[in-house]
Design a protein around this ligand. Structure first.
Ligand code: SF4
Length: 442
């Protein structure tokens, strides 16, 4: 019996999909990449943009055809929809796609093993409880696949209610896992070969978990504890909110060598008016103060961000302010999108006067600027050395190893030996917009 999982969306979904994969492994299923061989087909969904929801239904249409064909040869296919669209749409999914067997929200997928065992012809299951504690208690503890770089969710949900965002509705209120739970999971990952841990949370720096003595830890303190895991080489975290940057975290950037000098700190807009309308709860001045302060603590730190273009009420002047902030911070990577109104959010009903053409044009201007800074940053490293953790290899004959620099740049190198898991200083030969090429080391 085989399973396939298709994942849409953010790193949290990637983490959840890995846990869902481990549930299937525990049930004795094997992984397949071939759609028609899958006895279980799970889609882990994202609700952040409308496109992501459309993708779910087009994907379901495709699987339905496969399910019918397999049925003709007396093979059953269990179709599962998990994640944020499942949470938001619930019963609606069964109405639009009645051939779906199980719908589980982002906080209930730990129940999948039980639901699959209970599944009979004609019954269906809908599980949408917000139970982060029981989710983390219930997910498999064993590591079935060893990875050099692993995600570790430490915090879920959000209390910030940015007006454009569905997360507080699909992932629920903030929840922090305990320190012991996180350290145990991190130690197990490292024992199984992980060299880099990327701590995840919708608001990762709002983390406030308890240790066994009921003492509260913030993210900074947690990083100081994780640093002690001997064979762990690198720590990263995402996604941080400017409002939750705190002194211990600044100190961690100064003192923890394993914490990489790369910070993803979404700003969304360069206009105070738009930030206020988004309910982001910081001003440009606050944001720039953070950048300035953290640079004092860690001189070589670089930044990435998220940008929303064409938010309701964004004028040309507001947009120019966003371009100005890019010039000021010189982000080395970024994610940028046209605002996508999501039903159920406060911003959904806001008056929006900007045409789609105008929004597309703004996005293209913004992306060109972001590209300029990313390319220039990468170009800086030609003939210089970067510290690279190799995590993947392709092309078996002429082996090509892939890794990430301390600044999160993708680095490729043609090399005869397998470099996976190694951290090496590598001289850069060529630079591109999104990657770098290194000189062979043997
Ligand atoms: S901080 Fe804002 S954008 Fe981030 S998850 Fe919370 S509500 Fe969404």
């Amino acid at each position: 019996m085989k399973f396939k999982i298709k994942t849409f969306g953010c790193q949290m979904n990637v983490y959840d999909s890995k846990k869902i994969r481990d549930i299937f492994f525990e049930l004795g299923f094997k992984k397949t990449s071939v759609d028609k061989d899958a006895d279980i087909y799970a889609i882990n969904t994202c609700h952040i943009r409308n496109k992501a929801k459309q993708k779910l239904y087009s994907e379901l249409g495709k699987i339905y055809k496969i399910k019918k064909k397999r049925f003709d040869t007396h093979k059953n296919t269990i179709i599962i929809v998990a994640g944020c669209v499942a949470q938001a749409e619930g019963e609606e999914i069964f109405k639009r796609a009645p051939y779906v067997d199980i719908v589980v929200g982002s906080q209930s997928y730990q129940k999948l093993a039980y639901l699959i065992k209970k599944l009979q012809n004609k019954n269906k299951f809908l599980e949408l409880d917000f139970e982060p504690k029981s989710k983390f208690d219930g997910i498999p503890k064993k590591n079935y696949v060893n990875e050099i770089s692993s995600y570790l969710t430490i915090q879920e949900g959000c209390n910030k209610f940015c007006k454009f965002c569905v997360v507080p509705y699909t992932r629920g209120p903030e929840y922090s896992r305990t320190v012991e739970e996180i350290i145990t999971e991190a130690e197990l990952l490292v024992k199984n070969g992980t060299k880099e841990i990327i701590l995840l949370g919708q608001n990762v720096n709002a983390y406030h978990g308890l240790d066994c003595k009921n003492k509260e830890y913030n993210l900074g303190k947690l990083i100081f504890s994780l640093e002690k895991i001997r064979d762990l080489k690198r720590i990263r975290y995402m996604t941080a909110h400017p409002k939750d940057m705190h002194e211990d975290l600044f100190k961690a950037h100064r003192d923890v060598k394993k914490l990489m000098p790369f910070l993803h700190l979404p700003i969304q807009s360069g206009s105070n008016k738009i930030l206020k309308s988004m309910n982001r709860n910081y001003t440009i001045k606050d944001y720039l103060k953070i950048i300035e302060k953290i640079k004092k603590y860690r001189k070589d730190i670089v930044f990435s961000s998220d940008f929303i273009v064409g938010y309701p009420g964004e004028t040309k002047k507001d947009f120019q302010k966003t371009l100005d902030i890019i010039d000021e911070v010189k982000y080395v990577q970024s994610f940028s999108f046209i605002y996508s109104p999501r039903p159920g959010t406060t911003a959904y009903n806001l008056k929006d006067d900007t045409s789609n053409e105008e929004k597309k044009e703004r996005l293209s201007i913004l992306q060109e600027k972001l590209r300029f800074y990313q390319e220039s940053f990468n170009k800086n490293f030609i003939k210089k050395s970067l510290n690279v953790l190799f995590s993947n290899s392709i092309n078996k004959e002429k082996r090509q190893s892939l890794g990430y620099s301390q600044y999160m740049q993708l680095v490729r190198i043609n090399n005869k030996t397998n470099l996976n898991g190694k951290v090496q200083n590598i001289k850069i030969k060529k630079s591109f917009y999104k990657s770098l090429e290194a000189t062979s080391i043997n």
